[in-house]
Design a binder for this molecule. Structure first.
Ligand code: SF4
Length: 63
């Protein structure tokens, strides 16, 4: 299975954790955003780690 889509639901607290774990995919400005043009399959472990680590569980992905 390969990650094809990554998004962030409402409720991000801008803690910065996801960017710390996977700066190639996540950028935290006012809130976290997913970078455009990223091949998510290159960062699957990091995306899953960020989603598991997000304190408010708003990072979602679909395979
Ligand atoms: S880890 Fe979660 S709460 Fe923290 S900046 Fe990323 S999306 Fe927002």
């Amino acid at each position: 299975m390969a990650i094809k889509k990554v998004w962030i639901e409402d409720g991000c607290t801008s803690c910065g954790l996801c960017e710390g774990i996977c700066p190639d995919v996540f950028v935290v400005e006012d809130i976290a955003i997913v970078k455009e043009g990223v091949n998510f399959q290159d960062f699957e472990d990091e995306i899953k780690d960020a989603a598991d680590s997000c304190p408010v569980e708003v990072i979602k992905y679909s395979e």
